[in-house]
Design a protein around this ligand. Structure first.
Ligand SMILES: [Zn+2]
Length: 257
């Protein structure tokens, strides 16, 4: 339960209990766990200056203690549930989930509306082992994709976006997410930095190769032909954001052709 203050009819602030809810596991009484301390410790150790400034990463309420879903997975599941309810996806819609997060993959497998496949370069448990810069799928193969926190890892994010555009049906859409730093003016990217310490310092993680600024990120996606919708707290509602443990600056990037 989350305790917050509201004004009662007499104008006095009083606490109310608000249930926390995880749309990934469906549990209505979850608690959330903080982001592992390792990230804060390494930010301090290596001099990463943008720790805690991620648009989406909620330091205090990062992981659902029931299913392990991260904050962003909870936002994806919320949006997908809404689209299913609105009959946006038709039965048998071809969906592909890249670098599938475990809790979200379980959730999507339960949604029998999708013809659901998974893909990744390194994972052994996926349906397709693919290099996203050169995918073995026909043009316009999928109605829906989820590509979350991949673009900051790959050699060419442009090539991955180009491939995503190619394999998406002309009526299709996708969730396309990467870590974005609030207030960062320009995307940070230095291909000459290849060591772990340097990457922790520049990007806040040893296997990242860039750190996105919002405007650059959106412009890059648009440059490959996608439309970009940015759905934040004003779209989903403050109460829902709070009950899902989402940071108020969180934005869901939905792309379409
Ligand atoms: Zn959960």
């Amino acid at each position: 339960m989350l305790t917050r203050l509201i004004l009662n009819p007499f104008g006095v602030r009083q606490p109310i209990q608000q249930p926390l809810w995880c749309p990934v596991c469906g549990n209505k009484q979850v608690s959330y766990l903080p982001l592992p301390e390792l990230y804060r410790e390494n930010a301090h150790r290596y001099g990463y200056v943008n720790f805690g400034k991620g648009e989406m990463t909620s330091l205090a309420t990062y992981t659902c203690s029931t299913c392990g879903a991260s904050d962003r997975e909870r936002l994806y599941a919320l949006w997908i549930d809404q689209q299913i309810k609105n009959k946006f996806f038709s039965k048998g819609a071809r969906a592909i989930h890249f670098a599938p997060e475990a809790a979200l993959a379980k959730y999507l497998n339960r949604k029998h509306i999708f013809d659901y496949k998974t893909a990744d370069l390194m994972m052994d448990t996926v349906d397709f082992k693919v290099d996203m810069m050169n995918m073995p799928f026909d043009d316009e193969s999928f109605d829906f994709f989820i590509c979350s926190h991949v673009l900051e890892h790959v050699d060419s994010d442009d090539q991955v976006i180009k491939e995503l555009y190619r394999i998406t049906k002309h009526t299709g859409c996708g969730i396309l997410m990467a870590p974005i730093i609030v207030g960062l003016k320009k995307t940070v990217e230095d291909p000459s930095v290849k060591d772990e310490a340097g990457r922790w310092r520049l990007y806040g993680q040893n296997d990242h190769v860039r750190l996105y600024a919002h405007d650059d990120y959106v412009a890059k996606i648009r440059s490959h032909g996608f439309n970009v919708e940015e759905l934040g707290e004003s779209y989903f509602g403050e109460e829902i954001f709070r009950s899902l443990g989402l940071k108020r600056t969180s934005i869901l990037y939905v792309v379409s052709k």
